[in-house]
Design a protein around this ligand. Sequence first.
Ligand SMILES: [Zn+2]
Length: 218
Amino acid sequence: MAEQEMTEEQVKALQEKLKKMSPEELKEFQKQQCIFCKIAAGQVASKKIYEDDRCIAILDINPANPGHVLLMPKEHYAIMPMMPEELLGHLARIAKGLSHVLLNSLKTEGTNIFIANGTAAGQRSQHFMIHIIPRKENDKVGIEIVSGKFDEKKINEAAKAISDRISGKELAKAETKEEKKAEENRKEKEEAEEKGEEEKKEETKKEIGLDDIARLFK
Ligand SMILES: [Zn+2]
């Protein structure tokens, strides 16, 4: 898709518009702009290799290696901390399975499972995704963690900043609104199903008389 250049005024107008948006409106706007939302909705073609009700896995069109998989939620989330934990757990399980499939089907020697949170970390898409990259010895894929040299003071400062921030509470807070809502929906669904089962039992208990049958065929 060719992107059209925007004039300075158009950019300003858009920035103003974005500022005034509620978080819900902003999410909706991002969705409309997002190519991966369109792929998930089947509006844009892709090399789909897996799909369920919550996520989709496609082959990267610019792969680091053949079989480079992009696994993403169907719902639009920009970065990992925004995702409901339950959904993230689901994606992690699927990523594990896909990694295993790559190992067996492509006879790869390993996989990298890679997440970029933010442009500084190399994130190029606005839609959260997990890269699953099949690897072979000396394949020249550029994922390498090069150790830097830092003085002890800097490292200790980082350790302190992190541990000051980590407490049971802080991590528990990672639970998002969406997750609470999903949990509520799940409970409601379960209750409705249980109720349905009971009603079914009640119904079968009732004897079906000729009157009932006649009513059915009226
Ligand atoms: Zn999206």
